[in-house]
Design a protein around this ligand. Structure first.
Ligand SMILES: Cc1cc2nc3c(=O)[nH]c(=O)nc-3n(C[C@H](O)[C@H](O)[C@H](O)COP(=O)(O)OP(=O)(O)OC[C@H]3O[C@@H](n4cnc5c(N)ncnc54)[C@H](O)[C@@H]3O)c2cc1C
Length: 257
């Protein structure tokens, strides 16, 4: 089954073509040549992306079973946060304004500072079966998972922390309000990507309708009608400038397809 998705509206950065996306409704392997997407909050799509697939709504669920939380790969972060709040569960406060689906968040080990999705993870279910966290190599914004995350389990600890939630809210206050795909680059070891971008003069730098935000330089924002080509021009230029000045390689956090 296929679904027409307009990435100019679906993706958080509001760029991309209208394409037919394969909907995966059973635990199957990704067909050869296909790339998987979740909520497209960390994506920059070219006008000619590879064939794309996404999980069916049937994988949007949350179940509490014998003190273990089972969450489907297509479940949005906002729904998980509301569930945790309602049931007074700890460990999901970081999802405050962190847009994504469970699958995308696990695949990226999404988080803020030391609060990461892997902190309370028990296991993930892929088309190959269940994989325990101890068998997964993961770190800052990456997780090496063979296959598609259809479901994951989490520890159920009592104590939703309103103070932590307020702290995340405050941390989000210095993020730009315009459409973006979150942080454009990972922080290179010993550096902050935003600071490097600022120091080479790219904070507020604009090409067409794309700009490295004045609010937070590591956010590549779309001021309205921005294009893939404009985004790529800025990404390429800033990488060259940072490499030339600091001999530091900026690595994209956003997925470019
Ligand atoms: C305003 C804003 C703020 C943000 N703040 C943060 C932040 O603080 N911290 C942070 O970590 N990120 C942040 N992000 C980025 C984004 O929210 C995360 O990367 C999130 O995990 C993306 O989830 P998604 O479902 O949209 O995945 P997508 O963007 O669709 O995909 C991201 C990656 O996940 C893979 N993937 C998607 N679904 C699955 C699945 N079911 N199984 C296996 N792999 C899968 C894709 O193949 C791709 O490689 C922010 C983004 C925005 C727009």
């Amino acid at each position: 089954m296929f679904k027409t998705v307009n990435f100019a509206t679906y993706s958080s950065i509001k760029i991309g073509p209208c394409v037919e996306v394969l909907i995966l409704d059973t635990l199957t392997k990704l067909p050869n040549g296909y790339r998987l997407i979740g909520g497209a909050n960390n994506l920059l799509l070219s006008p000619t992306p590879p064939p794309l697939a996404m999980l069916d709504k049937g994988f949007d669920f949350i179940r509490l079973e014998e003190n273990v939380l089972h969450i489907g790969g297509a479940t949005p972060s906002g729904k998980i946060l509301s569930f945790a709040k309602k049931h007074h569960l700890a460990g999901f406060e970081l999802m405050q304004k962190l847009p994504g689906t469970l699958g995308g968040m696990v695949a990226m080990n999404a988080g803020l500072k030391e609060w990461e999705i892997f902190n309370h993870l028990i296991a993930v279910r892929t088309e190959h079966g269940w994989i325990e966290k101890s068998q997964i190599k993961y770190g800052y914004r990456f997780a090496q998972i063979e296959g598609i995350v259809y479901e994951a389990t989490f520890t159920c600890k009592d104590g939703f922390d309103e103070n932590l939630l307020a702290m995340f809210k405050k941390m989000r206050d210095n993020q730009p309000k315009e459409p973006s795909a979150g942080s454009c680059f990972k922080n290179p070891e010993g550096h902050f990507a935003g600071k490097l971008i600022e120091e080479v003069g790219f904070k507020g730098k604009r090409v067409g309708a794309m700009m490295f935000s004045n609010v937070h330089a590591n956010f590549l924002v779309n001021l309205g009608g921005g294009t893939y080509e404009e985004a790529m021009e800025l990404i390429t230029a800033v990488k060259e400038a940072v490499s030339a000045r600091f001999r530091v390689k900026l690595e994209e956090e956003i997925m470019i397809l």
